[in-house]
Design a binder for this molecule. Structure first.
Ligand SMILES: Nc1nc2c(ncn2[C@@H]2O[C@H](COP(=O)(O)OP(=O)(O)OP(=O)(O)O)[C@@H](O)[C@H]2O)c(=O)[nH]1
Ligand SMILES: [Mg+2]
Length: 597
């Protein structure tokens, strides 16, 4: 039997991706934020005896959505052959969302209607007569809680039945059908009638704990204070949980090296052992010691993402952002960039105005991603006192925002009349730990897979550059690396960045994940000794200037590639790169010249 294709459709933030993950065991990004999914995700699952391709679509606000992510969803519905649709609604908002389901029904495809978030519906006393709704609509209706896995079995059964009766949809493109749907007034009347007979909502909605929390977190003044406290709290957690783990891992790797690996490799010729131990092992090992921190970081980030706080941040910062030609969502992309700039760049698809989209793509690369965090954690712990270190780190987060705002301010140009940001604030939701752990592991895995090749290749090349021509003192001015660095020295000397560090920066252009590993190879130090060696070889001004440059210059090739893909313009990509390089140089220059005066 041929493979069937089933797509999940619905308005943003209704739990499509959560259900997608539940049904297929996939791990698509989920978050309490409208616009989490911005591209098609697909997974396979077995329904009865049949292999099914399940597609998770970006949320649609309505069927004529104009943002890039909505266009992607609509284009899919218009052009692909689909056997059945799973329409996901938020049960607590059925009064507003049912019309969407009826519109989709008009496409004529076999349908399953999912009323998700049953748990919240019960808490809010929203009563839905599922049987009556099912009868009236003539399609299976499931009341479920995708997040907790309640009722997903019924979804699978309904799918099996629907697929059994459905013919493969080979009809020609449905675009005409979708256009026609927009005019339909009858749907409104039908919705009202249907709601009257099947849904009962309380007359006066009770004040929820969400309202109570929001009276503080959305307060124009206290809200901003709370925002920075939350931020500070977050990386205190990262620091206090991740840093000790890192130390333990560093020691373990060092012990393994001296006790087992070095003796094992001793029969090999010296250059080869040096390459394997001082190059690959030290370089890759040093990067690996940061894995606990990265993991903690992603754990904390997904907790924030899933709590619903991001939408509040967007709301809080909207007024400020609109002065820079952007809206609050651009600010949230900036925070998402803390994890990794690449998904944040893709997340700009929710912005409708193309100029606004470009402007936010221009500022996202300044967002302090987890790879740069790794560099900063390393330097702040190596150079500054334990009391000062968190504040030094905070200064980089603040600078990251300031430079982003400044960039937006300079380049806002004539973005034209802006539509006000209309965004729904979802209720606060408790993140579930299993999900957070899964998400963090997945992100860390992606970090390793994405950067792993770069890291291995990077440290290998750095070892070669610092050790060739064979016989020179490693990383001395006579080595190839030394010669390159001498050549670029006039550029970096005024910044207080010495020859060896500038080599690390060149590799950091490919990926910031390489920087610390590169330093290990350049200084010829193992995972456990590097901090001491670095502390002895530079003062705090030089270290800070180096970090400043690292914060501001092009994040990595992957981000550049994402900008190229999303902007579809090489010129814009190069301009963005040039801008960040110029800003980085000027900022480090100004800083170093001032503090050493
Ligand atoms: N209380 C509750 N929350 C849920 C349920 N299902 C999903 N959520 C939460 O709802 C939020 C949105 O979930 P997603 O799966 O990302 O929603 P989506 O429809 O894919 O959203 P977009 O990709 O933005 O269109 C997340 O915070 C989920 O944890 C549920 O059954 N009950
Ligand atoms: Mg989604």
């Amino acid at each position: 039997m041929s493979k069937a294709r089933i797509a999940l459709v619905g308005m943003p933030n209704t739990g499509k991706s959560t259900l997608f993950n539940r049904l297929s065991g996939a791990s698509a990004r989920v978050g309490n934020w409208p616009g989490m999914t911005v591209e098609l995700e697909s997974a396979r699952l077995l329904v009865g005896a049949r292999m099914v391709e399940l597609i998770d679509l970006p949320g649609l606000n309505n069927l004529h959505g104009f943002s890039e992510d909505e266009r992607i969803a609509r284009h899919f519905l218009e052009t692909q052959s689909i056997n059945a649709l799973i329409v996901v609604l938020n049960a607590t908002q059925i009064e507003r969302q049912l019309a969407f389901a009826l519109q989709i029904k008009q496409l004529g495809l076999p349908l399953i209607l999912i009323l998700n978030m049953a748990d919240e519906a019960i808490r809010r006393h929203v009563l839905i007569d599922r049987d009556a709704l099912e009868k009236a609509l003539g399609c299976p209706v499931c009341l479920i809680s995708a997040k907790y896995g309640h009722g997903t079995q019924a979804v699978l059964q309904a799918l099996e039945i629907v697929l059994h009766t459905a013919q493969a949809d080979t009809s020609s493109p449905r675009s005409t059908a979708i256009e026609a749907l927009l005019e339909d007034d009858a749907i409104e009347a039908q919705t009202t009638a249907l709601l009257a007979t099947t849904v009962r909502t309380p007359q006066t909605p009770a004040t929820t704990y969400t309202d109570r929390i929001d009276s503080l977190l959305l307060h124009p003044l206290l809200g901003i204070v709370a925002f920075f406290l939350i931020l500070l709290g977050l990386f205190q957690i990262v620091y206090s949980v991740g840093a000790p783990l890192q130390e333990v891992l560093g020691e373990a790797l060092e012990t393994a090296k001296t006790a087992w690996i070095a003796p094992l490799l001793s029969p090999l010729p010296t250059p080869l052992t040096s390459f394997l131990l001082d190059g690959l092992y030290d370089g890759v090992g040093t990067v690996l010691t940061f894995l606990p921190i990265i993991l903690t970081f992603y754990l904390v980030m997904s907790a924030v993402e899933d709590s619903g706080y991001m939408a509040r941040a967007a709301f809080l910062m909207d007024a400020l952002m609109s002065r820079m030609g952007l809206d609050g969502r651009a600010f949230v992309m900036q925070i998402m960039g803390f994890g990794c700039n690449v998904p944040a760049i893709m997340g700009t698809r929710v912005l409708r105005n193309p100029l606004q989209r470009r402007l936010s793509m221009l500022i996202i690369p300044f967002s302090l991603c987890s790879a740069r965090l790794q560099v900063f954690l390393f330097f702040t712990t190596a150079i500054f006192s334990p009391q000062a270190a968190p504040w030094v780190l905070l200064s980089f987060y603040v600078l990251s925002f300031l430079v982003a705002f400044l960039t937006a301010f300079v380049w806002r140009g004539q973005i034209g009349t802006q539509e006000p940001l209309i965004m729904e604030l979802p209720p606060y939701r408790y993140p579930t730990f299993t999900y957070l752990a899964l998400q963090a592991l997945r992100e860390a895995g992606q970090f390793l897979r994405g950067a792993g090749g770069f890291i291995v290749a990077g440290v290998a090349i750095i070892w070669l550059l610092t050790h060739l021509p064979w016989g020179v003192i490693p990383a001395s001015p006579q080595s190839w690396a030394g010669q390159i660095a001498t050549f670029t020295a006039p550029l970096f000397e005024p910044l207080g960045i010495d020859n060896l560090l500038s080599i690390a920066l060149m590799f950091g252009f490919v990926a910031k994940e390489v920087v610390v590993g590169a330093l290990a190879v350049i200084y010829g130090a193992g995972p456990n000794e590097l901090a001491g060696v670095v502390a002895r070889s530079m003062n705090w001004q030089q270290a800070y200037s180096f970090m400043l440059f690292t914060l501001l210059y092009t994040p990595c090739l992957a981000t550049l590639a994402a900008i190229r893909r999303e902007s579809r313009s090489l010129r814009f990509t190069l301009a963005s790169m040039g801008w960040s390089l110029a800003v980085a140089w000027l900022a480090s220059f100004a800083f170093y010249q001032i503090v050493t005066r």
